[in-house]
Design a protein around this ligand. Structure first.
Ligand SMILES: Nc1nc2c(c(=O)[nH]1)N[C@@H](CN(C=O)c1ccc(C(=O)N[C@@H](CCC(=O)O)C(=O)O)cc1)CN2
Length: 288
């Protein structure tokens, strides 16, 4: 058996065309969804991701603003900028590209964003609502993974999902989203003893720990669905995931490649969240 390869680019395109429809319907009602992205400093990877976000907005007719701030920007300076955007009615989504320079506390910045514009889903209000239910923005990468699994008609109800990784951006919210789909969830991480013991029991593995080739064929059971969130570099500087792809391919039921798997879904769900935020302003208007 060889795994079926889950094509993130194809699924991303499908969802983006639905989002483009939502954007044109909003425009007919006089609202152009707007996303503001703040980039602090000169991290080259962040610069690439920000530019990908702007291009994606442009492609589906969304308004986007890029605010570039110097590497030595203070926390107060950045919060002032976020506050301006919180008050700007043309902006429905605010995103501060991570990581931030060391003089700035990430938590303080995330908490300064209006939760109604927090299209990254990182604000404690949105994190809390994800756990307790209610209207929330979900973090884009795990949200994209759920949409990917649904598109591929992977049954989640009653299945055992093992999440390897416990970051606030991916691992923790991933487990919550899987629980919402009635999966049974186990969290593992870089300090888990006998990782293979846990992952071998999984119907679905989400690898999001940032260690190249951590998951091999010896870590998986026959037919398991393997989702690779890793963004590592190999010895030649080529992008690679947390999963030994070639090694797992013959044993897995389905697998995502890196690049071209989960990555494209992150930006796609950011667009979907921004459209959602603009749609919510319409509901709020009709309610008041
Ligand atoms: N505020 C945020 N910061 C960061 C987030 C985030 O969701 N919000 N996530 C990551 C970076 N990221 C988006 O910001 C991101 C990473 C990767 C991709 C992607 O499409 N990857 C491609 C490969 C691209 C390449 O060749 O370099 C793929 O996997 O196919 C999109 C977005 C950290 N910061």
């Amino acid at each position: 058996m060889t795994a079926s390869i889950i094509d993130g680019k194809k699924i991303a395109q499908h969802i983006q065309s639905t989002t483009a429809e939502r954007v044109s319907q909003l425009k007919e009602k006089g609202i152009t969804p707007g996303l503001a992205v703040i980039l602090v400093g000169n991290n080259q990877a962040s610069r690439t991701y920000v530019s990908m976000k702007r291009k994606a907005c442009e492609k589906i007719g969304m308004h986007s603003v890029l605010i570039e701030l110097a590497d030595d920007t203070t926390e107060e300076g950045l919060i002032n900028k976020v506050n301006e955007l919180n008050e700007d009615n043309t902006i429905h989504g605010i995103l501060v590209q991570l990581p931030l320079p060391s003089q700035i506390d990430e938590i303080n910045i995330i908490e300064s964003i209006d939760p109604n514009k927090d299209v990254d889903g990182f604000h404690p209000i949105n994190v809390g609502r994800l756990m307790t239910g209610g209207e929330a923005f979900y973090p884009c990468t795990p949200y994209g993974i759920i949409e990917m699994l649904k598109y591929e008609q992977v049954e989640l109800r009653g299945k055992h999902a093992v999440v390897v990784g416990r970051s606030n951006i991916v691992g923790k919210p991933m487990g919550q989203l899987l629980l919402k789909e009635d999966a049974t969830v186990t969290y593992c991480h870089s300090r888990t003893a006998d990782l293979a013991y846990h992952t071998k029991q999984a119907d679905i593995i989400i690898a999001a720990v940032g260690i190249r080739n951590l998951i091999t064929a010896d870590h998986i059971k026959d037919g398991a669905v393997i989702i690779d969130v890793g963004m590592n570099r190999d010895d030649e500087g080529k992008l690679c995931g947390d999963v030994d792809y070639q090694n797992c391919l013959p044993k897995a039921g389905a697998i995502t490649p890196v690049p071209g798997g989960v990555g494209p879904m992150t930006i796609t769900m950011l667009l979907a969240n921004t459209a959602e935020s603009a749609e919510r302003t319409l509901t709020r208007k009709t309610q008041s």
